[in-house]
Design a protein around this ligand. Structure first.
Ligand code: SAH
Length: 507
């Protein structure tokens, strides 16, 4: 059997955009993924189908797997000939025990590679606007652990001997011992008024910064409610002007929002919210996959040029339609002279990706308005209309078009199924932490949220989210199910939804 390989990969401090290009490539081709608690759930969207996922969740008080067990897993999976990605928070060789894992692999003769990641001190520095060095004040930089490995008996950090002049000290794993560490540093000669900044959940949408001085930081942090994970930065630059805190100034920074999405689909909404500083949990409630019956496709495509209208009721429909289309044809001109209708702007945008423009988009993005807009063109009598749909499409569109005497064919190109959320990292994060808001962009999203409710029960101290709807149809479904609608977008579009969220939750 060919020998497997293990990649020890740094995932960066948490923000999924801070993954390196190499890390992304490796995750996208992994056969087994072994990951830590601090690794962001968004990475699972990158995984190829069928990749085995093993969470070895290291968390204070929650050592779900011992270091030796983790190493055994790596050896066993590589021994099976697998391509294993061992994804670790930050950088694998900085306080991450990556060195021990590499050593175990080397001793077992298993090929391995190490991919650096942005270590959390660097993430904390950049995203808090606190430079770690400064020509006038800091020439030395120290990374130190504030939590000694309980299994390690010998060394302890000699806090008194750390450089005091012109130095910045970045403390990892220091929250629980903060008062003791601050005491040791000041005993060792650090002045009580040395600036300190504690950056909690650095680089993430819910990052918080607690600023203070060495003499009082322990009380300040207690009042602030500082929790791990955090990087504690001690030194003159920690007291630099807050003008540099570019990230904290984003309107949705500090907000955690849930977006329901389908498995494997890059969410446009997520990236719009993330750009505004929000922490987004993408809950993959449903799995959407192509579902084209070859016989139906043959029938549809053999007479494609005879249709008068081609109607799309979702971006997924567009994607899977064109996937099937280009399996059959090489040239977009095979579509003929038909006119194209899209239910809304997002669907039209998806069509545009194929260099095709849309002839009709109704004012409101829903099936009724689409039907009305088509009827208003006065072109439906005896016209052939192809409606591209999923397995759950609503019949309202077809009925109305048929009432207007159109000859309607329904072409099903994709299907929607429930995702298994029991072990899903994004669902886990939601259960444990909750969110400020949860955004629903479709009735089917609402229904699948309710269908999956047993996997989405919030823990006792998780934040209870407000429910946010993209428009009247989705709101109606929410109300029907007995869910409150705390906020509804002005217009049924992603842009308007984001605007309403910023208005309600923004700084
Ligand atoms: N290898 C990791 C460090 C692992 S030790 C790295 O290079 O960053 C775990 C510690 O890292 C935490 O206790 C905390 O101090 C720090 N840490 C990890 N993620 C963090 C984050 N998003 N924000 C602040 N600190 C973080």
């Amino acid at each position: 059997m060919p020998k497997g390989v293990v990649y020890l990969v740094g995932a960066g401090p948490g923000n999924p955009d801070l993954l390196t290009v190499r890390a992304k490539q490796l995750i996208e081709s992994a056969e087994v993924l072994v990951y830590d608690y601090l690794v962001h759930p968004a990475f699972t969207h990158l995984l190829p189908e069928g990749c085995e996922q093993i969470c070895v969740g290291k968390r204070k008080g929650f050592h779900s797997k011992k270091q030796e067990e983790i190493q055994e897993i790596l050896l066993a999976k590589a021994g099976e000939g697998k391509r294993v990605v061992r994804l670790k928070g930050g950088d694998p060789f900085i306080f991450g025990r990556g060195g021990e894992e590499a050593l175990a692999l080397a001793e077992a003769g298993i090929p391995f590679e190490v991919v650096p990641g942005i270590t959390s001190a660097m993430g904390a520095s950049a995203f808090s606007g606190i430079p770690l060095t400064n020509r006038n004040t800091n020439a030395t930089l120290v990374f130190v652990t504030g939590h000694e490995d309980p299994e390690k008996m010998d060394t302890t950090v000699d806090w008194g001997s750390l450089p005091k002049q012109n130095a910045t000290i970045c403390i990892y794993m220091g929250v629980a011992n903060l008062s003791r560490i601050a005491g040791r540093l000041s005993e060792g000669g650090f002045s009580m008024d040395t600036p300190v900044a504690c950056v909690e959940w650095a680089t993430m949408g819910h990052q918080r910064i607690c600023r203070g001085q060495l003499g009082t930081i322990s009380e300040t942090a207690k009042a602030f409610g500082l929790k791990a994970p955090a990087i504690i930065i001690v030194g003159e630059t920690a007291g630099m002007s807050e003008d540099l805190s570019w990230f904290e100034k984003k309107p949705l920074q500090g907000r955690r929002l849930v977006v329901t999405r389908s498995q494997g689909q890059a969410s446009e909404l997520s990236s719009m919210l993330e750009k505004l500083g929000a922490e987004v949990i993408g809950l993959p409630l449903i799995t959407i996959s192509g579902n084209v019956n070859p016989k139906t496709a043959e029938d549809v495509f053999s007479e494609i040029a005879s249709y008068d209208w081609l109607v799309f009721s979702s971006p997924n429909g567009v994607r899977y339609f064109f996937e099937a289309f280009f399996k059959k044809f090489e040239d977009i001109r095979s579509l003929g002279f038909l006119r194209i209708a899209a239910v809304g702007k997002s669907t039209a945008k998806e069509i545009k990706k194929y260099f095709v423009s849309t002839d009709l988009v109704p004012e409101q993005a829903n099936a009724e308005s689409l039907a009305e807009a088509l009827v208003a063109t006065d072109s439906l009598d005896s016209a052939k209309v192809l409606v591209v749909a999923g397995n759950l499409g609503r019949d309202v569109l077809l009925d109305k078009l048929e009432e207007a005497r159109a000859i309607v064919d329904r072409f099903e190109v994709y299907k929607t199924e429930q995702t298994d959320l029991s072990e899903n990292p994004a669902a886990k994060m939601f259960r444990e932490q909750g969110a400020d808001g949860i955004l629903f962009t479709s009735s089917s999203g609402v229904r699948s949220f309710i269908d999956q409710a047993k996997h989405l029960q919030l823990s006792g101290d998780a934040l209870r989210p407000k429910t946010i709807s993209i428009g009247p149809i989705t709101s109606a479904t929410m109300k029907q199910i007995g869910m409150p609608v705390d906020l509804e977008a002005k217009e049924a579009s992603l842009e308007s939804l984001v605007e309403s969220v910023v208005k309600r939750f923004g700084k």
